[in-house]
Design a protein around this ligand. Structure first.
Ligand code: GDD
Ligand code: MN
Length: 357
């Protein structure tokens, strides 16, 4: 599947190299998803009749989503068990095509990435020092933001990869893949979480003809894309955590009532105990329901951290309130509301980012 935007001059060389790379007898077809304003579709049709491979062009009259949108549309149109996505400008060597798929079949990986950054790979085709820097930097940022899903991935910005049909269907099933610009691979990995990923090293070549379509604007779009991927679902989860917190009042009050009425315990001591029961209630709902699939620490560590956070919340609120009243001159009511919100937000971030992933 090859996305194209004004690549007419690359088509003859590209198609003949692809045709030469595919082993005879291999079931195989090329699908172009084209948003061009030049004669790329005609160039493709002209070349296709000369070659022994099946070639189709899907020209989009209404090109939504740029490169990422084109890739997703191409994936939706294809039915084969493996889909390889590659650029049209020969920066991605077609000779790697059979290897990408063979590697997937051998290892059982659902995603095979052609990587410039794994042993034996090369990224000098990026050209200027500036692009090398930007590419290295954005790769590091992405890996830092998604340490777990990108653990085995050295080149999450690659535009050359083979992806299994099942992963794609899974991603589409969630309806979550909303491509924004160039980094469609990152989007696919984060949204569909392939069970296993492997890589094949390659030399990222220089562009054969024409010039790159990526721009500074595309770079800014990428930052927005990262932010959106990272914060995706957060508001909903924050609401859920808040609702669970509120529901904790019920067991808290019930235990307080039982302890004061049935045991004659002093109400202050009873409230300390009842409060811990409320915390436990919250923990069970958060741990077993809301963040069920996102555990990365043992159960003991999770429980202890959760209790510590809940109690830190109680302890932090009062001094913060005092600070807001005496420091900023807020009214006690406003100060309390602000302190509660801030402390809740901090606690939510800790739960969402560190306790669970
Ligand atoms: N259909 C469609 N629509 N195709 C597009 C569009 C679009 O809006 N924009 C670009 N393309 C096509 C180009 O025609 C080319 O085949 C491919 O996408 C990559 O575009 P380039 O302009 O060559 O991008 P690049 O070389 O700067 O970036 C490539 O390398 C990056 C890694 O450095 C891409 O593969 C990126 O995804 C990759 O991150
Ligand atoms: Mn390119």
């Amino acid at each position: 599947m090859i996305p194209t935007f004004n690549e007419a001059a690359n088509i003859p060389e590209l198609l003949s190299r692809i045709s030469a790379a595919v082993p005879p007898g291999q079931e195989f077809s090329v699908l172009f998803v084209d948003d061009s304003t030049d004669n790329t579709p005609e160039a493709i049709e002209k070349e296709a009749v000369r070659l022994p491979i099946e070639v189709r062009v899907h020209h989009r009259a209404d090109p939504v989503g740029g490169l990422g949108g084109a890739v997703m549309e191409g994936i939706a149109l294809s039915v084969s068990p493996w889909i390889v996505v590659m650029d049209a400008d020969l920066q991605h060597p077609p000779t790697l095509l059979p290897e990408l798929i063979a590697k997937g079949e051998e290892t059982g990986a659902e995603l095979v990435i052609a990587s410039r950054y794994t042993g034996g790979g090369d990224h000098s085709g990026l050209g200027t020092r500036y692009r090398v820097l930007v590419s290295g930097f954005s790769t590091s940022v992405a890996k830092a933001l998604f340490p777990k899903v990108l653990r085995d991935v050295t080149d999450p910005m690659s535009g050359y990869f083979a992806i299994g049909r099942d992963v794609v269907s899974r991603a589409q099933g969630t309806g979550a893949v909303r491509p924004l610009g160039y980094k469609i691979l990152l989007e696919l990995i984060v949204r569909s979480r392939p069970r296993s990923v492997t890589e094949v090293a390659y030399d990222f070549g220089v562009r054969y003809a024409g010039e790159s379509k990526s721009t500074v604007r595309e770079g800014l779009r990428f930052l927005r894309h990262l932010l959106r991927l990272r914060t995706s679902g957060m508001p909903t989860r924050a609401l859920a955590v808040g609702a669970i917190g509120l529901s904790g009042f019920l067991p808290n009050l019930a235990v307080l009532w039982a302890l004061t009425h049935r045991t004659g315990l002093h109400y202050a001591a009873a409230e300390v105990m009842a409060n811990q029961v409320g915390v436990l209630w919250n923990f069970v709902l958060i741990d077993r329901v809301l963040y069920r699939g996102r555990k990365h620490m043992g159960p003991r560590a999770r429980l202890l951290s959760f209790i510590a956070l809940a109690n830190a919340d109680l302890v932090a609120r009062i001094p913060l309130m005092l600070l807001l009243v005496s420091g900023l001159g807020l009214t006690p009511l406003l100060a309390t509301a602000t302190a509660m919100t801030l402390v809740f937000a901090l606690r939510f971030l800790c739960v969402d980012r560190f306790l669970y992933r």
